[in-house]
Design a protein around this ligand. Structure first.
Ligand code: SIN
Length: 318
């Protein structure tokens, strides 16, 4: 880790949470990112800069925080002396933020998101080791792209998913497997770093980070005894207008198995598509992906989970 400048951006989460919140119980996003770094045993030669971009429980992640984070990442990544970035984040929507940063920035330097399942003041807090591991990955020569570091595993932004509600090793890359591990303070890589092919020109990124609203894309679930009323209500201009919401431009359906849909939901989606709404099929299965079949009415999500497919469609509609 010697002689490198690494920027640590704080956004909140349990890694910055405490057991002794204002109401006497656990609350996420209480400690400043500088305080999380304060006690870490870092080599003196590492130059760390920290910045508090947000302080949120990531279940409440929103467009304003994402845009602020994209802006700060873009700023710091452009500084030649910066080797890489670390972002402290809540676990609940971490995979969405990771995917968004990779899809928009495709950074040629490492951007490492990390988190914790136990609050910062727990006696057995996992945040400090995760943060130290994330710094190790950010300082790794040749590292690039957006990755997630948790419980000693390095995951790619594309594959990573929170799969457990309370275990410390709460993330998985499914069948793809993790990119590697952090073992005894070093990186052991088993797959390549994420692709760094930038898809967006600078002015397109400027649009993404400054628009007051992104195209509205919603997720619907195909399940037994599903009601067509859900989709009809979602795409109804009257319902949107009642809440001052923009009209729905896209629907990601978390389909059963290999992208199949309940016939009732399919009929409702066909009505939505006839109104110009884009439909994409992801799967509600934890493993595998939707493989295209001849005659498919709607495209599949290219292996993306429903929440990431929602972001991919949002960016496409921009
Ligand atoms: C959050 O996602 O901000 C809270 C939960 C967590 O970090 O585990």
């Amino acid at each position: 880790m010697q002689g490198k400048k690494i920027v640590v951006l704080g956004t909140g989460g349990t890694i910055a949470g405490t057991l002794s919140g204002p109401a006497g119980g656990y609350v996420a996003a209480q400690k400043a990112v500088a305080a999380l770094l304060a006690g870490l045993p870092l080599p003196a030669a590492v130059e760390l800069v920290s910045e508090q971009v947000a302080q949120v429980d990531s279940k409440d992640m929103d467009l304003a925080v994402w845009q602020a984070l994209l802006r700060r990442c873009r700023h710091w990544l452009a500084q030649p002396e910066v080797q890489g970035l670390v972002i402290t984040h809540g676990t609940d929507t971490l995979e969405e933020t990771a995917y968004l940063l990779q899809a928009v920035l495709a950074p040629a330097k490492p951007v490492v998101l990390t988190c914790a399942m136990r609050p910062a003041d727990a006696i057995d807090a996992d945040g400090p080791q995760n943060l130290l591991d994330a710094l190790t990955v950010a300082a790794e020569p040749g590292a690039h792209g957006v990755v997630v570091v948790c419980a000693g595993h390095i995951h790619s932004a594309f594959d990573v998913q929170k799969v457990h509600t309370w275990q410390l090793d709460a993330f998985s890359s499914g069948e793809a497997g993790d990119l590697g591990q952090v073992v005894q303070g070093g990186v052991v890589l088993t797959r390549n770093w994420p692709q760094s092919t930038v898809k967006y020109a600078a002015d397109a990124i400027e649009k993404i980070v400054s628009l007051a609203a992104w195209p509205r894309v919603e997720i619907v679930l195909s399940h037994a005894a599903v009601s067509e009323a859900t989709v009809d209500a979602l795409v109804s201009p009257e319902v949107a207008a009642r809440f001052g919401a923009p009209p729905v431009r896209g629907l990601v359906v978390a389909a059963t198995g290999n992208g199949t849909l309940h016939r009732v939901l399919e009929a409702a989606l066909q009505r939505a598509a006839a109104q110009g709404v884009r439909v994409v099929r992801a799967t509600r299965c934890a493993q595998g992906r939707v493989w295209p079949q001849p005659g498919d009415a709607w495209p599949d999500s290219q292996g993306l989970s429903p929440v990431k497919a929602r972001l991919a469609l949002t960016l496409e509609l921009l």
